[in-house]
Design a protein around this ligand. Structure first.
Ligand code: ADP
Ligand code: ZN
Length: 742
């Protein structure tokens, strides 16, 4: 470890050097430098920083600069291993001691620490307060004590833990060792309590604002919440999402419905047994189950940096809770969404819980907190400003530009033609069906119900090819809002055309809808569709394809090493890599998030992937690739990926999740033929698709390749004829993609 034992603080340049060399980062986040300097000067520190602000680094870097050992007290046992893994991936000597270790392993860790082989030692408070542990501590070269989640020491906080109280004894026993207390949520009262309880005299206080600029806040009406939820999830396939509900039953119902509609979702609540909860948590952290539907029991132990969406399906009971739960989104600083569903009757759901509170003060307090939450939901002004002011931040700007009330910049979109088509389809199908069916008809989906009703014979069948389902839903909502169409109430709402709608149809007037910019319907095959789709992806289209590829590589490496994906590189770093496209180690090292240790560990693989993406040939890798491999490579290594419309993106993401053509067809309500067409399109746009798993058995591939080589031109009929009925067109088309010439 870096053995700089000087008591004088390292200079700014030295710290930056350690930051890059040991953590891979190029610059400090706001507040970090001052906090670190304070610790290096041997002073106590109180650090209040929002989730995702980068608190860990504030003690991890001093741990290296100070030498000796830094003790990190953390209540989150479930997190320790991940944090230690992440540090080790950076080549930092970290270990943990908690109840998950057997005695023998724990003893080995202790010996290692005594021998000076541990820079950062994580331990749970219940262990730290044991006399035996403190005897052990006295045998170490203890230089800094970091106390994470320090609000747990205060009864005024929302998460008081008695064990934390006893931490004050550490202070009496090691009076000369500086303490850094860190928390994300602390009111003035809790702050003071932390300082008093721990006896942190002459303590540096570092209170960052509560703003999380990368989080967007948005409210959606409770009505149609199911459809709206599906829309949100569709736009975020494969990304990590938490959906909060109020009751255990609700979480299970919703997780069940989501699973039934093709999303991989799991329920999580305190009523499940410990094993199930642990497993769900692990699978979520590993990205195996992207969606968790949870009561607030979920999240305390979640340190996943790339949660992109936090949905409150029901109204939370306080602003504190809401802020903390939404705070779990976007810890890596990448744009992430917080969506709250609300309607006026919503608060009544809480009555049952509140009325059970017997203590009249507590009852009153709970009621007040709920009213504050309702006030937030009804806001017509900036939501961020309201939240920040609630926590005592001063906010001068009235508009943040990143909540629904601030960014509702609307744009007129001409929807004349698609609206005519939709109203006609509603009329032709007898005004008896809901949106899902009408969309199937308009998009020409090959689903049984449409066939049974003979709706595939209607003139409106399949007449929409410039919008996908998500786009159509937005048009439908717009038509209902403007009164041209009506939606019945009830569990299965049906669409009908109003008198005004009929009049408009006959008038042949044009129609523009004022759609919020962020609601602009995704269109297919058009320039604007591409742009809309690209908003879910990194800025440059070329980077989009590469990003997907690097993600796949990261997944593979993480699986091989049995660590969560973000231990390899977090999303922010992958995006930086996809944008910078380094091809040499020294260029890769310049990318934020890449330090020497990770370059050493993963550099070769990532550089190879990037080179391949940029068109390098497989032969360079040394081994002569087989005929099939080189074809596979060729098919995925064309020009960098271009933008994809939403419908292709959905297919692309599902392919990325390892679904087969048949799975995707089933889940998306499309024919296999259409899905294969998507694959052709995606590959033609230059994105890499792992075709191997989509291929028929090798000997069939060989026969198809043979047959294909006997014919020129695009027509497949003669190829199929020569192969015989035993071969399907889809198979042949897939192999044709493989051959690299669609
Ligand atoms: P907190 O504990 O405050 O919630 P973390 O310490 O987990 O936040 O940090 C959040 C994310 O920010 C992590 O992915 C971390 O690696 C990253 N991070 C921290 N400091 C920096 C920095 N200086 N530059 C870039 N990323 C950073
Ligand atoms: Zn705002």
């Amino acid at each position: 470890m870096t053995p700089s034992i000087s008591a004088t603080p390292a200079s700014g340049g030295d710290l930056l050097d350690i930051l890059k060399q040991r953590f891979g980062y190029d610059e400090f986040r706001p507040g970090q430098h001052a906090i670190i300097s304070n610790a290096l000067a041997g002073r106590h520190g109180l650090v209040v920083m929002p989730t995702g602000g980068g608190k860990s680094l504030c003690y991890q870097l001093p741990a290296l600069a100070l030498g000796g050992l830094t003790l990190v007290v953390s209540p989150l046992i479930a997190l320790m291993k991940d944090q230690v893994d992440a540090l080790r991936a950076n080549g930092i000597a970290a270990d943990f001691l908690n109840s998950s270790l057997d005695n023998r392993t724990a003893a080995a860790v202790e010996r290692k620490a005594q021998a000076g082989g541990v820079s950062l030692l994580y331990a749970a408070p219940e262990r730290v307060v044991m006399p035996g542990f403190r005897r052990f501590l006295r045998t170490l070269d203890l230089r800094l004590i970091a106390i994470d989640e320090a609000h747990c020491i205060s009864e005024w906080g929302h998460d008081f833990r008695p064990d934390y109280r006893a931490l004050s004894e550490l202070r009496t026993e090691f009076p000369q060792v500086p303490v850094m207390a860190l928390t994300a949520t602390a009111t003035q009262r809790v702050r003071q309590d932390i300082v008093d309880q721990l006896g942190l005299d002459q303590c540096g206080e570092f209170i960052s604002g509560f703003d999380r600029p990368n989080l967007s806040y948005r409210l959606l009406p409770r009505k149609n919440s199911w459809d709206a939820l599906l829309n949100l999830l569709e736009a975020r396939q494969g990304q990590s999402v938490i959906i909060y509900c109020l009751s255990r039953r609700e979480t299970e119902d919703l997780a069940g419905r989501l699973t039934a509609s093709g999303h991989s979702a799991a329920a999580y609540h305190a009523g499940l047994d410990a094993d199930t909860r642990r497993l769900t948590q692990e699978r979520f952290i590993d990205g195996e189950v992207p969606i968790v539907v949870a009561t607030i029991a979920f999240g305390m132990g979640i340190d996943k940096p790339d949660i992109r969406l936090v949905v409150h399906y029901t109204l939370p009971k306080s602003i504190e809770g809401y802020y903390q739960e939404t705070g779990r989104a976007g810890r890596d600083g990448m744009p992430s969404q917080c969506v709250l569903f609300f309607s006026d009757g919503e608060q009544r759901k809480h009555d049952y819980f509140i009325n059970r509170i017997e203590d009249s003060d507590l009852h009153h307090a709970a009621r007040q907190q709920l009213l504050k939450m309702v006030e937030y939901a009804r806001l017509a002004t900036c939501r961020r400003k309201f939240l920040l002011e609630y926590f005592g931040d001063e906010v001068s700007r009235d508009s943040c530009g990143n909540c629904d009330n601030c960014s509702s910049e609307r744009r007129s979109v001409d929807v004349t033609v698609v609206a005519q088509k939709m109203l006609s389809a509603v009329i032709r199908t007898g005004e008896r069906f809901g949106f899902a069916h009408v969309a199937h008809v308009l998009l020409g989906s090959n689903v049984a119900r449409v066939r049974e009703l003979g709706h595939n014979q209607l003139s409106v069948f399949g007449i929409v090819d410039d919008y996908d389902r998500t786009g159509l839903r937005q048009i439908a909502n717009g038509l209902v809002e403007t009164g041209l169409m009506a939606r019945s109430d009830g569990q299965y709402p049906t669409l009908s055309v109003t008198d005004a709608g009929r009049a408009w149809l006959h008038s042949r007037q044009s129609l523009t809808l004022n759609l919020r910019v962020d609601d602009e319907p995704p269109q297919r095959n058009t320039a604007s569709g591409g742009a809309a789709a690209a908003t879910h992806f990194p800025a440059s289209p070329a980077a989009a394809g590469l990003f997907a590829r690097l993600r796949t590589l990261r997944r593979r490496l993480a699986d091989q090493q049995g660590v969560p994906a973000f231990v390899v590189f977090n999303d922010a770093t992958l995006r930086n890599l996809a944008a910078a496209q380094p091809t040499r180690p020294e260029d890769m090292l310049r990318v934020s998030g890449v330090g020497p240790a990770k370059l050493d560990k993963y550099g070769a693989q990532f550089l190879a992937e990037i080179r391949q993406h940029l068109g390098g040939d497989a032969a360079r890798s040394g081994r002569q690739p087989s005929a099939i491999e080189s074809r596979l490579n060729r098919s995925s290594d064309t020009n960098p990926g271009g933008p994809l419309a939403d419908t292709y993106l959905s297919t692309f993401r599902m392919l990325g999740q390892g679904l087969t053509i048949a799975d995707i067809a089933e889940q998306r309500g499309l024919t296999e033929q259409t899905v294969v067409a998507h694959v052709e399109r995606i590959v033609a746009a230059g994105h890499s698709v792992d075709l191997t798993s989509l291929m028929p058995p090798t000997e069939r591939v060989d026969r198809i390749l043979d047959a294909l080589s006997g014919f020129d031109g695009d027509r497949l009929a003669p190829v199929r004829e020569s192969l015989g009925d035993d071969f399907s067109y889809e198979e042949i088309r897939l192999v044709r993609i493989l051959r690299g010439q669609t």
